[in-house]
Design a protein around this ligand. Structure first.
Ligand code: ATP
Ligand code: MG
Length: 343
């Protein structure tokens, strides 16, 4: 009887799956698809109380805000760095997509980083409840990524994913609906941006913002020599003269700049491969490793990983959306997938 009632409630409510990422937040609504995809950024007034902008609008203001307002990213290294602001951001996004006319409180499946603490879990759940959730289920991001990439995670065989996001690179080996090995490294897209900032400062005495560095990374960043040379102008402030200046950079320079963070990602992948239980090794050898997250799009990263490990690396379709797609699959087929949730 209860479950029948639950089905009826489910039919009328706007259930949602959320990927609460360090760089981007995505929301999938049952029967509607992905309805929100925005940067996890907030702009606050001077007192830090009032929210002035959230998401895309806030990201555009990043690094350009005058002294009396602050633009922040409340998530850092894959975890909640600022509870209050994260709470405000989650509520803002949920309210944006939650159709309050339906009156029925939605069920939510939320992707969280592996190794999230009890306190952090509580914070995510509380924000969701305050935003109107009737029940909240958490799923680890690599598990969601594996499901979103269509891996047969329920089978007793080895499935491996490497999710390179903004804050963290998460590696997981999944079998029989559970994680056989997982590691989370606090080096990913943000660290690549910082590496570019440091490289440009050191070699050209030019101070550039992390937003500029990110644009360069996306446009010409690579892990493996390219077929064709790519160039881009990067603008900032000349550290000697103190005036605005620009500099032409190419893919070779940026590859050099990205060497350290890329090496760290290779190392964490290698460590996982060394820990693969022998009975799963042949599955991974045969089927390869799925790359997810925005960092999977670094040009030539799949080739470099292949060269370093001898394994196949497959970039998931639309890698920035894999986690929310997986969380959406869990929501849509909840009875079957409930067991992969962590709370
Ligand atoms: N084409 C691209 N090439 C390289 N990097 C990219 C590309 N597109 C996006 N990125 C990077 O991917 C990162 C964001 O990826 P994603 O949205 O998967 O992270 P996230 O889920 O928010 O973070 P996390 O999983 O660490 O919490 C950013 O650092 C962004 O610069
Ligand atoms: Mg992510």
């Amino acid at each position: 009887m209860y479950s029948f009632l639950n089905q009826i409630i489910g039919f009328f409510s706007r259930d949602m799956a959320i990927d609460l990422g360090t760089a981007n937040t995505l929301i999938y609504v049952k029967k509607c698809g992905i309805v929100l995809n925005e940067p996890s950024t907030v702009v606050l007034d001077k007192g830090g109380e009032k929210v002035l902008a959230v998401g895309r609008e806030a990201k555009e203001m990043f690094g350009k805000t005058p002294k009396d307002i602050r633009a922040i990213r409340p998530m850092k290294d894959g975890v909640i760095a600022d509870f209050t602001v994260t709470n405000k951001m989650i509520k803002h996004f949920i309210n944006k997509v939650h159709d309050r006319k339906t009156f029925i409180r939605p069920k939510m499946v939320i992707g969280v980083p592996t190794g999230i603490t009890q306190v952090e879990k509580r914070a995510v759940i509380d924000s969701a409840i305050e935003s109107g959730a009737r029940e909240v289920h958490l799923i680890e991001e690599p598990m969601a990524a594996a499901i979103g990439a269509g891996l047969p995670i329920m089978k007793p065989m080895g499935n491996m994913v490497v999710d390179i996001g903004g804050g963290t690179t998460e590696v997981a080996i999944i079998s029989h609906s559970s994680t056989a090995y997982g590691e989370s490294l606090r080096v990913a897209g943000d660290e690549m941006d910082e590496a570019i900032v440091r490289y440009i400062r050191k070699n050209y005495n030019l101070e550039v913002g992390s937003f500029q560095a990110e644009q360069v990374k996306i446009a010409i960043g690579s892990a493996y020599p390219l077929q064709q040379k790519l160039e881009m102008e990067i603008k900032g402030r000349d550290l000697v003269k103190g005036t605005p200046a620009s500099r032409l950079v190419d893919d070779t320079m940026i590859r050099e700049a990205l060497k350290e963070p890329i090496q760290a990602i290779i190392d964490v992948t290698r460590r996982a491969l060394e820990k693969v239980p022998p009975e799963m090794a042949s599955d991974i050898y045969d089927n390869g490793v799925v790359l997810a997250g925005g960092g999977a799009l670094i040009k030539g990263l799949d080739s470099l990983l292949h060269e370093e490990t001898g394994l196949k690396f497959i970039i998931a379709d639309d890698p920035l959306k894999v986690v929310v797609r997986g969380a959406g699959t869990v929501l849509d087929n909840f009875a079957e997938y409930k067991k992969v949730c962590i709370n």
